[in-house]
Design a protein around this ligand. Structure first.
Ligand code: HEC
Ligand code: HEC
Ligand code: HEC
Length: 438
């Protein structure tokens, strides 16, 4: 209560100050810097530009690519090692066009193909924030681990020429009618296709690692699902079984704001997206993203049927009638949290029944989470970061395959069975502990 009234008093003061100083550059700049900070969260610049335990925005985070490791750069306003000497034009060229101040092309690990959609006004605000709202840090950039000849940057110029879209020239809202729904749809599209760079993870990639679609207008590959660091970044289109068809607008908004909802909880790369980025967005912006995602038609227009819950397995488990290897492994390792009904406890232990993670055609996330466990993001809307333990050192490849296949075939789920060799492959890829000897 106390805190709230102080905040309220401060914001009255701030509003008063802005009003009193109306027109003076100082208050206008403060406003612009604040807006830039908000936009930097929407763009999640911190996620890639901060090394583990490193200073904010000082770069040095290694990003794996098929060519080798690419390190993010120092984007603090330090004049020697950061971007302190960048003009607004230099900054714009890097962020939206993928070209550094000295003229070399950036690796598309920097998602400039999405940021191309950012309006010139918002680039200006971002620039103001990075120049005046971020503390300068002296930290030299690291070279990539990519060896010659792949380390030559000129092919990136060709890549840019082939795949980079034109940059935005006008603010999106200019075309929006006074209609609130249409405004939300356009705002959501702007955030998802632009700063949010959701397609970086959620869109499949083509032969040259380019995203197969950069916007909804490019076709149904857009946000139809991709694989990042051994996690399936799911289909965000209207598909019923593996997409967001069964989620309401409110479900999506709750997930982005708190990292969990009645269907699922964030894990893998998405936990950090919620932690650093989406939880900080205004309710209006989160709602706009949800409105936009709900407007994307399913990839598979014929599969319109949602999965339906089926009680048979829960009954069999309760009465001890199912003694298959998969059922026993489930009872001994999973049921305490996810329950024999597969319904879990909403917002604490996610349901496995009818879950898109469980029913995904590609079982990589499901195997990965069983092997290595996961932790939800702690958010201001839902502070407790519940965790699932990893079972890599407890369960053999066959036991994991049994339990995963059991989960995929129970309570109305319709995922195909997985084999011990599928599990062995994921175990190796994600660097999980060796299977126990039996
Ligand atoms: C998905 C990871 C990722 C995100 C998100 C990201 N960047 Fe980058 N950025 C990189 C990488 C990697 C590089 C270095 C690329 C290279 O060396 O070719 C880079 C380079 C840059 C550069 C060029 C710096 C220089 O030294 O010339 C600027 C400026 C920049 N980013 C700004 C931003 C801003 C602003 C945001 C948020 C709106 C952002 N980045 C978000 C990965 C990212
Ligand atoms: C760094 C990669 C990455 C980025 C960027 C990213 N996501 Fe995700 N997202 C994932 C992964 C991995 C999952 C699967 C794990 C999970 O469900 O939490 C996921 C899951 C989701 C889900 C849950 C889907 C389901 O069926 O359970 C939603 C909704 C979502 N993302 C929305 C977004 C939006 C909106 C953006 C852009 C603002 C975004 N994501 C950006 C990696 C990413
Ligand atoms: C101690 C409690 C606990 C146990 C035991 C447990 N889990 Fe979990 N599980 C969780 C929590 C918490 C999450 C959410 C993790 C996150 O979002 O990062 C989760 C998430 C999941 C998910 C992702 C669901 C979604 O869509 O968000 C699957 C699938 C899953 N668990 C399967 C299993 C299986 C199979 C077992 C047994 C081998 C198991 N879990 C054992 C607590 C548990």
């Amino acid at each position: 209560m106390m805190m709230k009234s102080i905040v309220a008093a401060l914001s009255v003061l701030a509003a008063g100050a802005a009003w009193a100083a109306d027109g003076t550059p100082a208050s206008a700049d403060a406003q612009l810097i604040k807006q830039g900070e908000y936009l930097s969260r929407a763009g999640d610049c911190i996620a890639c530009h901060t090394a583990k335990d490193g200073k904010p925005f000082a770069g040095g985070l290694g990003i794996d690519s098929p060519l080798g490791t690419i390190y993010s750069t120092n984007i603090t306003p330090d004049k020697d090692t950061g971007i302190g000497n960048y003009t607004l034009e230099d900054f714009d060229r890097a962020v939206r066009h993928g070209v550094a101040k000295d003229g070399h092309s950036l690796y598309p690990a920097m998602p400039y193909t999405s940021y191309a959609k950012v309006s010139p006004e918002d680039v200006k605000a971002l620039y103001a924030y990075f120049m005046h709202g971020v503390a300068p840090v002296k930290q030299a950039n690291k070279d990539t681990d990519i060896t010659w000849p792949l380390s030559m940057r000129w092919p990136l110029g060709v890549w840019r020429w082939m795949f980079a879209p034109d940059v935005a020239t006008a603010p999106v809202t200019a075309t929006a009618a006074n209609d609130a729904d249409k405004q939300a749809l356009l705002r959501g599209q702007y955030l998802v296709e632009g700063l949010g760079h959701c397609s970086t993870c959620h869109t499949p990639r083509g032969f040259a690692l380019q995203e197969k679609a950069l916007t909804a207008a490019d076709g149904s590959a857009f946000l139809s699902g991709g694989v990042v660091d051994g996690w399936v970044a799911k289909n965000l289109r209207g598909d019923m079984v593996d997409g967001l068809g069964a989620w309401s607008k409110e479900d999506i908004a709750a997930f982005l704001k708190s990292g969990r909802n009645g269907h699922s909880a964030a894990f893998g790369g998405m936990a950090q997206v919620v932690q650093d980025s989406t939880q900080h967005l205004t309710d209006a912006d989160v709602n706009a993203i949800a409105v936009y995602l709900k407007s994307l038609p399913p990839v598979n227009k014929d599969a319109t049927k949602a999965l339906a819950y089926n009680d048979t397995v829960a009954q069999a488990l309760r009465t001890g009638k199912d003694t298959s290897d998969g059922a026993m492994t489930f009872l001994n390792n999973c049921a305490a949290c996810h329950r024999s009904t597969g319904k879990g406890y909403a917002e604490t232990f996610p349901q496995l029944a009818l879950s898109s993670t469980v029913n995904s055609a590609d079982p990589a996330s499901l195997i990965h989470i069983v092997l290595k466990g996961a932790q939800m993001p702690g958010t201001s809307a839902a502070p407790t970061a519940y965790a699932m333990p990893g079972f890599d050192w407890r369960l053999t490849d066959k036991e994991v395959a049994d339990v995963v296949s059991f989960v995929r075939a129970s309570w109305g789920n319709q995922g195909a069975a997985v084999s011990a060799s599928d599990v062995a492959k994921v175990r190796k890829e994600v660097g999980a502990a060796k299977a126990p000897a039996r």
